[in-house]
Design a protein around this ligand. Structure first.
Ligand code: ADP
Ligand code: TRP
Length: 337
């Protein structure tokens, strides 16, 4: 019998929910990734009854990044950011997608059960194929690899941003269709999409995104970080003039990080006049240094010791491989391989 959550008994038997999410290594992690994805997922992983599988989707990033050195550097930055932000890699499982190759075998099997129009009509493929010059087959089957990422680990709950909703629907569809045809095989996952998740604005006021070149990288050295913050776009009101905090990018970013008290003090400075955007940017810079002091120094340590980082990932990959092998064996048995 198949429940909403897939195979009856598995979830209950484990007495804990398996949380799984991936983040592509397509660039440096930025403040939007941190506030919108990394920190909320880490908070979820801290609940005792949750067992979390977080991974770096480096195979997905190959759809757009072909430079091996750049990809490796991004993998290290993303890995260091998760660990620096407090992801407990002993309690949980942390790995690179590419190091558990069973995912490719499962993706191929799922490809053979995926209706062509399902992929042809995917929003993300349409968006990307309109924008990118390299429209490769990897981009087309991207959602099937993502379904394999999830189904391979019997995951129950998948925290993602709104943009991933359709990918999760496809994953559920593929899992349910397979279960109907071959009997209980996959756990059917539930997406966890936070509607109130703030869209963190970039330094130009648009959504912060690697693809818009408008990111705030909080892990940069002090000098570069300060320069990055000083380049946030503002209007050009004179120093003397009172300023509107609600329309200012600097204030919006400060609001996402400051305490109620700190925000109130800054609001008053804006409204009072004789307070320039340069001062506000300096406040934001100091707030980021204070708020992420521990994370920034842990990140620096991890990045300067790639061997330890590699070992941490390898340990996670051993754990991830065990479950991947057993689920893949279950699937192959069902289809007669
Ligand atoms: P990018 O747009 O920089 O390429 P990704 O697509 O790799 O970001 O997103 C990774 C995760 O970070 C997703 O869960 C996404 O919802 C979240 N995220 C990305 N940008 C923002 C933002 N500006 N505000 C809030 N969350 C974001
Ligand atoms: N497609 C996701 C993104 O761009 C990354 C991702 C790959 C993912 N595989 C996943 C997220 C599995 C959740 C579960 O953000």
């Amino acid at each position: 019998m198949i429940s909403q959550l897939g195979i009856i008994g598995l979830y209950e038997k484990r007495k804990m929910a398996r949380i799984l999410t991936g983040i592509q290594s397509s660039g440096k992690p930025h403040l939007g990734n941190l506030l919108g994805a990394i920190l909320p997922a880490i908070a979820l992983s801290k609940k005792e009854r949750n067992d979390s599988y977080f991974f770096i989707a480096d195979l997905h990033s190959l759809t757009t990044i072909k430079d091996a050195e750049l990809r490796k550097e991004n993998v290290r930055s993303v890995a260091a950011a998760w660990i620096a932000c407090g992801f407990d890699i002993e309690k949980n499982t942390f790995y690179r997608q590419s190091k558990v190759p069973e995912v490719c075998e499962l993706a191929w099997i799922l490809n053979c059960f995926t209706p062509f129009p399902m992929l042809a009509n995917a929003h993300s493929f349409k968006d990307k194929s309109d924008k990118l010059s390299d429209v490769n087959a990897g981009l087309f089957v991207y959602p099937v690899l993502m379904a394999a990422d999830i189904l391979l680990y019997d995951a129950d709950i998948i925290p993602v941003g709104k943009d991933q909703k359709q990918h999760l629907e496809m994953t559920r569809d593929l899992g349910l269709t397979f279960n109907r045809k071959f009997g209980d095989t996959f756990v059917i996952p539930e997406p966890q999409i936070s509607n109130q998740m703030e869209i963190v604005p970039g330094i130009d006021g648009k959504k912060m995104s690697k693809s818009y070149g408008n990111i705030l990288d909080i892990f940069q050295p002090d000098k570069k970080l300060r320069k990055n913050i000083m380049s946030i776009k503002t209007d050009s009101l004179a120093l003397k003039a009172p300023k509107n905090p609600t329309t200012c990018n600097v204030f919006k970013l400060y609001e996402l990080l400051g305490s109620d008290e700190e925000i109130e003090v800054l609001r008053k400075s804006y409204l009072g006049g004789n307070y320039g955007y340069g001062n506000a940017k300096q406040e934001l810079f100091e707030l980021i240094l204070k708020k992420f002091d521990k994370e920034r120094s842990t990140y620096d340590k991890l990045i300067s010791d790639p061997e330890s980082l590699e070992n941490m990932l390898c340990e996670g990959e051993i754990k991830a491989s065990k479950i991947a092998q057993s689920v893949l064996a279950r699937v192959k048995d069902k289809i007669g391989f």
